[in-house]
Ligand binder design. Sequence first.
Ligand code: FES
Ligand SMILES: [Fe+2]
Length: 365
Amino acid sequence: MTTMQANGLERALEAHYYTDPEMFAREREKIFHRTWQFAGHISQIEQAGDYFAFEICGQNLFCIRSADGSVRTFFNVCMHRAHELVQGTGSTKLIVCPYHAWTYELDGKLRRAPNQSKVDGFETAEICLTDVKTEVFCGFIFVNLDPDAAPMGEWFPDVEEQLRAYVPNIDQLKTVKINEVAERCNWKVAVENYSECYHCALCHPTFVKGVVDPKSYNVMPQGHCLRHTTVAANLDRLTYPIDADANEHATDYSSWFLWPMFSFQVYPGNVLNTYWWRPQSAGETNMYRGWHTQDGVPSDAIEALAQQDLDTTVAEDIKLVESVQRGLGSLGYKPGPLVIDRDFGVNSEHSIRALKQWTLEALEG
Ligand code: FES
Ligand SMILES: [Fe+2]
């Protein structure tokens, strides 16, 4: 099926890509389980033995700090008869399965199993938890269920270097707040909405009147990253104090969306915040907003910013994405042409074309 028409206009994806449970199952295999997904922040597991469990697209996993200080991720399943190993967050010297007490080291190797000496040929050395490819990217832990996945530096060229320049204290940040919002829409509807600003003038009044200059807004692909940039204007309207001369990017706004569903955003004052999504079904997605401060020190300014974000951008966008999802179920809908401005810019949907292309390439791969 082609979504390109004879007149050469690029069109939005067909509706079934957003609504069909079979398509969602295919995406799970071809996209979610083969791309870099955000797990958590290293400040959640500072000491050896600290762990947190989480779920990505139907797979239960946990990250744990090893005795040597490295961050490891394992499938949250015992290699005996498949009981889950850990729940929530905690700290432990050994990983002990709650079912028959098989006991694993922090690096996943089986240490002992009760009554193992009575079993001929039982080799503890041959048994180890199944590990998951893990990268710590500026303190943020990402995992990829594909053991052959290319490193994040190849997927997202130059992002780490750019991010470090925009957030000079990134290695000292700790997560202080995570807001979670359930959205009744496909994950691609949410991500596409995040990735274009053609709707901003109409739907985000605070954005247009705020601290960025909408005319300067642009989104450009950079590997499998969509880099958003804009020039700050009206810094006097900022609701929190900044030192505009602190460094080269102290007054800049930028974001790096790492396909398929994570984004680093930097606000003036080198304030880092994060966005990520976890798909639940074809029509349900959980969205998360993370806020981080130097050494995790509580900040009234960040609290206020997080609340303002929930009350404005998030509240405005959720209405849009849920309406789109209902519309995608309409028998009257045929995918319309994307508005791809030959000069790019704030009112162009070339970013939607990039997302469509990456999705189709992955589904066909
Ligand atoms: S399932 Fe874990 S010890 Fe039996
Ligand atoms: Fe929006």
